[in-house]
Write a protein that binds this ligand. Structure first.
Ligand code: ADP
Ligand code: MG
Length: 789
């Protein structure tokens, strides 16, 4: 058991270009706790006597200032926890801080650069690396990704992958069993056999998280996300299994409601966050107090899920993320205050070892079979567990004869077979319980006689009896275990109320282990999930949401939007980098092949040399030929050299592969984000259009086509009432297939200078889209123009 307090770290986010730094200083002492001092100037502008404290000092395990890089964060905070998890202890790392302070950046990573990847991808990489190195154990790894929003849990690794709203994802609920263990119903555990699979799952979860978020519900800042890696290990042949899990938690923003200044729907959300973080705080206060017997874990879903991580069986680290610019100093101070309380909590991590009853049964079965075989060898007879009908009849006869026999020396000999001996006893007991008077007499007389006879039985019989007894005991143990298992399974089934096949259980105390879950029904769901995770998850967002259809106008608008989007630079950069990496990996692959064939050549030379020397030894034997061959030695050394360079290159090759994979995922993420932004922008523009229908200038102004509304509706949930537009078909001349429109933000119409003329396609829906797009574009240009001025 390892007893230690939660390790609390602070990370200061780099200041933005326009931000003004608050006054703070970091005192970083080697081997000691670091301290952070924040100074708040007395605010004279408040116009009243201000008794606020000026300087606040907080202690942390370590403070990572603005320039700290992701690899350093991983090495100092996450690596030690990951090591514990590999050794069989539970671990948790959670980030706490206001929205925008860098929680997601720290836990998951930035979406731009490979070097920005956060704790989750680095930890996955580290864990799989270590597992690969350790061949002494058999490891199984699963991951789960849970999002908690407004006290509801959602499974982010939903294999159906069609969710466009959080509510479409499977709802996860909490169950507590009679031993007060928490079970999460409907949270899928997906097996990941290597880093790539695990990263794909992470990417899938992040994508689902992003898609589910709309401007109205900024779920990422208002929800808690828990990515969990479950590791189980077992030595080959052993029945002992170690199970551990690592929670990597991105908490909701800790800012207070008053500051968010929102009403209505958003306020409900803010209140909820506040509630759940408030309950987290309550738990932490209760834990820090001595002699508190009740800890209010059950008040919120998040504290229930993280119960073990807080004051329980877990190695826990917290990262307080701080925005140190002037405007956020207050929030940073309250984050630090929270951190100081967390630092007082003591956890007791224990090695999560358990005997796997299934493996135990297998072992005992084998032992029973061995004993049976041995018995068969000694008696020369095969044993089944039941006596045959014939044998039973025979025994009945024997007993009857024995009981009727008046000879005091008569014996009841059934041989060294425990089953028969037992049967005789049972039979006699029955006779005793329902006796005829004469039988009774006879019986008691005979029993004492039998006892005497038994005493005389030989040594071998005793030995075999022992053996049989042993076997019976084992059978009893097995039967009991099976009963218990069955009961537990039934209980669980009852509690989960016939939960669906993919419902899984997070807590290690779960009686059904991972392998058990691979029952035919759940197995198929896992398999399905895996198949999909390697293929479907790369479907682009928009085509997914619009069923693969995007009208021509919409496509064109998207092309322009893409070009002007801020992220297009990132995509371009990453494209270049990818190109570079592809070229590099290709070149490396070629080199690797070269080295491999070189090694093969050298090996061939050695073989050739052997043959030559063997031939020489036959034709003209000499002492020299049996001796050490310097040429061969040289060849061997060359091979060693080549092997070394092969290994170095191969490692680089592997590294590059991971980097490329990651870059591809990053790019897809950015692309999806862009499509999402486009979608939002597009629907906003459509809404504006609806509100200002007078913007079109044309000789003819007609009511909008219904297709136009439809085409916009498939991109937005906003409904349209009436929009006016020009219909090319109603051009009186019938030739002027173009539309002209003025800048909508200008009240005075100056058609020639600020209007654009574009050709129409004749396809009514496409034309409507083009029209909408051109207007929107015009408006942006106008806005840009104003900004530039
Ligand atoms: P949170 O999850 O706490 O709301 P984010 O992680 O989304 O905050 O960070 C907000 C923004 O700041 C993101 O654009 C992120 O890339 C950037 N950011 C945060 N921390 C850092 C850092 N240490 N270095 C560089 N950029 C950062
Ligand atoms: Mg975030």
């Amino acid at each position: 058991m390892v007893k230690e307090t939660i390790r609390v770290y602070a990370r200061v986010k780099p200041l933005g270009r326009r931000q003004q730094a608050g006054s703070y200083s970091v005192d970083d002492e080697e081997d000691l706790l670091s301290s952070l001092e924040i100074t708040v100037p007395r605010d004279l502008a408040d116009g009243f006597v201000n008794n606020k404290r000026e300087t606040y000092k907080f202690k942390f395990q370590k403070i990572f200032d603005q320039e700290a890089k992701q690899d350093v964060i991983f090495d100092s905070i996450a690596k030690p926890v990951a090591e514990c998890v590999l050794a069989g202890y539970n671990g948790t790392i959670f980030a706490y801080g206001q929205t925008g302070s860098g929680k997601t950046f720290t836990i998951t990573g930035g979406a731009e650069r490979y070097s920005d990847r956060g704790i989750i991808p680095r930890t996955l990489s580290y864990i799989f690396d270590q597992l690969q190195k350790d061949s002494s154990k058999v490891y199984t790894t699963h991951v789960s990704y849970l999002e908690i929003y407004n006290e509801c849990g959602y499974d982010l690794l939903d294999p159906r992958h069609e969710a466009s709203r959080l509510e479409d994802l499977p709802k996860v609920t909490i169950m507590e069993d009679s031993d007060q263990n928490i079970h999460l119903k409907n949270l899928s555990l997906q097996q990941a056999t290597n880093e790539e699979e695990a990263l794909n799952l992470l990417f899938l979860g992040d994508t689902n998280r992003m898609i589910a978020e709309t401007p109205m519900n900024q779920a990422s800042s208002r929800s808690h996300c828990i990515f969990t890696v479950h590791v189980s290990s077992k030595e080959p042949g052993s029945a002992t299994v170690r199970r551990s899990k690592l929670h990597l938690v991105d908490l909701a923003g800790s800012e207070r409601v008053a500051k968010t200044g929102v009403g209505g729907h958003l306020l409900t959300e803010a209140k909820y966050i506040n509630l759940s973080l408030h309950y987290l705080e309550q738990v932490i206060i209760a834990l820090a107090e001595k002699n508190r017997s009740h800890i209010p874990y059950r008040n919120s879903m998040m504290t229930s899920v993280l119960r073990d991580s807080l004051g329980g069986n877990c190695m826990t680290a917290m990262i307080a993320t701080l925005s140190i610019d002037k405007r956020n100093i207050d929030e940073s101070i309250s984050t630090c205050r929270f951190a100081q309380r967390v630092a007082l909590i003591k956890n007791e991590a224990v090695l999560n070892e358990e005997i796997d009853p299934r493996l135990m049964i297998v072992q005992l079965k084998k032992e029973i079979q061995d004993l049976k075989d041995e018995l068969e060898l000694v008696t020369g007879k095969q044993r089944t567990s039941e006596l045959s009908q014939e044998e039973l009849l025979q025994l009945d006869e024997l007993i009857e004869t024995f009981l009727k026999d008046n000879d005091p020396d008569s014996t009841l000999d059934v041989g060294a077979d425990m089953r028969k001996i037992k049967y005789c006893f049972i039979h006699m007991k029955q006779l005793m319980n329902h006796p005829t008077t004469s039988d009774k007499k006879l019986l008691s007389q005979n029993i004492s006689e039998e006892e005497d006879t038994n005493k005389e039985s030989g040594e071998e019989l005793e030995k075999l009896k022992d053996l049989l007894q042993q076997r019976d005991n084992e059978i009893n143990i097995l039967v009991n275990m099976l009963k218990k298992e069955k009961k537990k399974a039934q209980d669980a089934l009852f509690q989960l109320n016939a939960s669906s096949a993919c419902s899984t259980v997070l807590e290690q105390s779960l009686p059904i282990n991972l392998e058990d879950r691979q029952s035919p029904s759940s197995c198929s769901s896992l398999k399905g999930a895996k198949d999909f995770s390697s293929s479907v998850h790369r479907l682009p967002l928009l085509s997914r949401q619009t069923g693969g259809k995007m009208s021509l106008g919409c496509q064109e608008a998207f092309e322009v939007f893409k070009r002007d989007h801020a992220d297009s630079i990132t995509i371009e950069d990453n494209k270049q980098l990818l190109k570079q990496r592809f070229a590099e990996i290709k070149c490396l692959g070629e080199k690797l092949n070269e080295v491999r064939s070189k090694i093969n050549c050298l090996k061939g030379e050695i073989t050739q040399r052997h043959i030559q020397r063997a031939a020489l030894a036959v034709s003209s034997p000499s002492e020299e030929l049996n001796m050490f061959d310097p040429v061969e030695e040289k060849l061997r050394m060359q091979i060693e050299e080549e092997k070394k360079s092969y290994k170095t290159m191969f490692n680089r090759f592997k590294g590059l592969k991971v980097e490329i994979e990651h870059l591809q995922l990053l790019m897809e993420k950015v692309k999806m984000k862009m499509q999402k932004d486009f979608e939002v922008w597009w629907s906003e523009e459509a809404k504006n259009l609806q509100e200002k229908p007078e913007m079109v200038t044309s000789p003819n102004t007609v009511t909008v086509y219904p297709q136009f509304i439809k085409s916009l509706q498939h991109l937005s949930t906003n409904s349209f009432s009436e929009i006016t537009r020009v219909s090319p078909n109603e051009d009186p001349a019938g030739k002027n297939n173009s539309i002209t429109f003025s800048n909508p933000t200008l009240k005075t119409r100056t058609p020639q200078s600020s209007s654009t003329s574009i050709p129409l396609t004749g396809d009514s829906q496409a034309d409507a889209d083009i029209l909408a797009f051109m207007k929107a574009r015009q408006r942006i240009l106008q806005r840009k123009g104003l900004e530039n001025k």
